[in-house]
Design a protein around this ligand. Structure first.
Ligand code: GLN
Length: 196
């Protein structure tokens, strides 16, 4: 069984654990950088990206997160987590972890639409997925090798770049675990490659 960490500094952490377990993985909350050594994959949850970033720095996570990515381990960023993974942020000079080849804009669905639910199709995952958006970012541009997995109103809301998966919405807030199943499979595949 693969072990998947959920970065537990701020945001929607516990719901991810349930989704990991419903998808056949073992989930743990990661609160200290050393714990990254124990996990095969990592989820960076939604919340507030600036707050998560502040805590990443405060608890000395940044170098370890970059190393985790360099080691080829899968990472899944949901909402604020996607903002943390992106290598380019609209209106900012520097990215945060900056490992996923996408340009992301924060809070990009407009004020009156701060929070909404929409049915979307996610390529290879689901034809009809009920996605919960909360002050959501979107992917403005995706690099050449990035696979666009979902769009909503012509905006990219889910994508995969090598071992990095990102989405604008909160898949952990519904009982539909198909996107988490997809990530658990990515982690299983990466783990079996490392042992091959
Ligand atoms: N608006 C938040 C940010 O910019 C993200 C919102 C979320 O994760 N639900 O960090």
């Amino acid at each position: 069984m693969v072990k998947i960490g959920v970065l537990g500094l701020q945001g929607a952490v516990r719901e991810h654990l349930w989704a990991i377990e419903a998808s056949g993985g073992e989930g743990i909350i990661v609160k200290r950088p050393e714990q990254l050594e124990e996990v095969d994959g990592l989820i960076i949850p939604g919340g507030e990206s600036t707050t998560i970033r502040r805590l990443v720095d405060k608890y000395g996570f940044m170098d370890e997160l970059k190393k985790f990515a360099d080691d080829g381990k899968p990472m899944f960023g949901t909402c604020a987590g996607l903002i943390l993974l992106a290598n380019n942020l609209v209106g900012y000079d520097e990215p945060h972890i900056g490992v996923m080849d996408v340009k992301v804009e924060r809070n990009s669905f407009g004020r009156q639409r701060e929070s909404f639910e929409a049915d979307i199709a996610i390529s290879g995952v689901a034809d009809n997925f009920s996605a919960v958006f909360i002050r959501a970012p979107h992917i403005v541009e995706a690099g050449e090798d990035v696979e666009v997995l979902a769009k909503h109103n012509d905006r990219i809301v889910a994508a995969r770049d090598r071992q990095f998966l990102g989405c604008s919405f909160h898949p952990e807030l519904t009982n539909d675990h198909r996107l988490m199943n997809y990530f658990v499979k990515m982690v299983e595949e990466s783990k079996s490659k490392n042992f091959a």
